[in-house]
Design a protein around this ligand. Structure first.
Ligand code: PHE
Length: 454
């Protein structure tokens, strides 16, 4: 009997489920994007709006994915084939698998950078560099045709080894170890940051509500950020929930995961901004915040080599628990639909994602000239997955569950076939049917048209 026909593997404990799922959600998006977007868009005012979207849009989409995966007991594509037999809804799953593949390619490139920076911090490699030098170091590093690619491969191999070990002995075992470590590191760094002299204005930047900065765009950023950060719309949660036990309470799991992800995002802000403001530096976002601004700060700070290394280990861990979930989406699909052994599926998926990943990496250097609509390969992969496939996938998922075929299934899954009380069901149902589709459609239209116009 081939191993895909054996009894399906399962996560062994509630903590394992939360660690794996929150591990997928907590990633680079929480650390380099959320804090800055929050600070720039009204601080506390953005937090309130974001929290509203997490609960009103994120949780309903997440529960819908959980319901599909646990009912289907298959990968993202196969689960739709089970819950909606003979219909084409499984194309949503297929799009999710493509999205996972795309995200894995550029995400693993960035994850590789964190390893290089971890080593440099630990060996004091940034000592004496001015902010201008740090900028040059970073641009020269990412444009280098070899080093980033080597680190990216190291990262892919790490991810593949965990996937190869299986669902409970690989994914669950390592995320249970890594997620508490991540929390510990983030707390250590938060304490270091808020105890710096002059750090208070950083907390004000993050938390002080400034409603004058809230515009239509703020709402759209909040939905977009919630989607990427919660790993929604691309099959990761469908795949993971197919490994949930049948007595698992899906609604409370979704709420716990969404709140943990948000808490870590907020802590990331508490870790970053007091330090940035204490050294009188303008906050920036994305790669430059993490790879240029922060190394500059660590260098000036007492114990900076140590705290810098911890910071980059933290980033690598956050990225690893996310790449695991991305690779699992593809591996589960290959092994169940194309009837491969897990070993072979992992091998092929890793090689394929690595090849695409190398192109993503090289497109920041020697392949810069290869562009489509003015975007290099890295940006094409990011844009098409994050701004097109994720929101479209999420929209179709809530339409399926709220309006077509999936309605009965949602109730049966949320109540564990009548075992649990579903006091909150009317609220969830309303959110799945109305709030989520309208909000996602708005962000989707915005990303596709408005932004490209201006
Ligand atoms: N949620 C992850 C982050 O915030 C990214 C991710 C998206 C991971 C989709 C898996 C699937 O970094």
């Amino acid at each position: 009997m081939s191993d895909n026909l054996k009894a399906r593997e399962c996560f062994g404990s509630k903590f394992g489920i939360i660690a794996a799922t929150a591990g997928s959600a907590v990633g680079l998006g929480n650390i380099w994007k959320f804090p800055y977007v929050a600070g720039e868009n009204g601080g506390g005012a953005f937090l309130i709006i974001y929290l509203f979207f997490v609960m009103a849009v994120g949780v309903p989409v997440m529960m819908s994915e959980f319901a599909i995966g646990r009912r289907g007991q298959r990968n993202a594509y196969g689960s739709f084939s089970v819950v909606a037999p003979g219909k084409r809804w499984n194309l949503i799953g297929l799009m999710g698998i493509v999205a996972a593949f795309f995200i894995l390619a550029f995400y693993s490139a960035v994850a590789g950078w964190t390893l290089e920076y971890m080593v440099s911090s630990a060996t004091n490699g940034f000592a004496g560099q001015s902010s201008h030098d740090l900028e040059n170091t970073f641009s020269a590093f990412i444009a280098n045709p070899i080093r980033p690619v080597v680190w990216q491969m190291v990262f892919m191999i790490l991810t593949a080894l965990i996937i190869l070990a299986g669902v409970s002995k690989g994914i669950e075992k390592y995320t249970k170890l890594l997620m508490p470590l991540l929390l510990l590191f983030i707390i250590v760094l938060c304490v270091r940051s808020v105890t710096l002299e002059g750090g208070k204005s950083g907390l004000a930047f993050l938390f002080k509500p400034d409603f004058s900065k809230v515009t239509a765009k703020t709402f759209l950023y909040a939905v977009g950020q919630a989607f990427f950060s919660l790993s929604l719309g691309m099959g990761a949660l469908i795949t993971y929930s197919s490994y949930f036990g049948k007595h698992e309470n899906l609604a409370s799991t979704a709420v716990s995961v969404a709140l943990s992800d948000t808490l870590i995002a907020i802590l990331a802000g508490v870790m970053i901004f007091p330090a940035v403001f204490a050294f009188g530096i303008e906050p920036s976002s994305g790669p430059s915040l993490v790879f240029i601004t922060l190394p500059g700060i660590f260098q000036k700070m007492f114990g900076g080599g140590f705290f810098g290394s911890i910071f980059f280990i933290l980033l690598a861990v956050a990225a690893l628990t996310s790449t695991i979930s991305l690779l699992e989406v593809v591996v589960a699909f290959f092994s169940e639909e194309l009837k491969m052994t897990r070993r072979k599926a992992t091998f092929i998926a890793t090689i394929a994602a690595s090849i695409l990943g190398v192109f993503a990496s090289l497109s920041l250097g020697i392949m810069k000239g290869v562009t489509l609509f003015g975007k290099n390969i890295f940006d094409i992969l990011d844009y098409s997955a994050s701004n097109v496939m994720l929101p479209l996938g999420g929209l179709l998922i809530v339409l399926f569950v709220g309006w077509f075929g999936g309605k009965k299934m949602l109730k049966a899954e949320l109540s564990n076939e009548g075992e649990l009380k579903t006091k909150y069901y009317p609220y969830f149902n309303f959110a799945v049917k109305f709030i989520a589709p309208v909000a996602i459609a708005a962000v989707f239209i915005y990303c596709m048209f408005w932004e490209s116009l201006g």
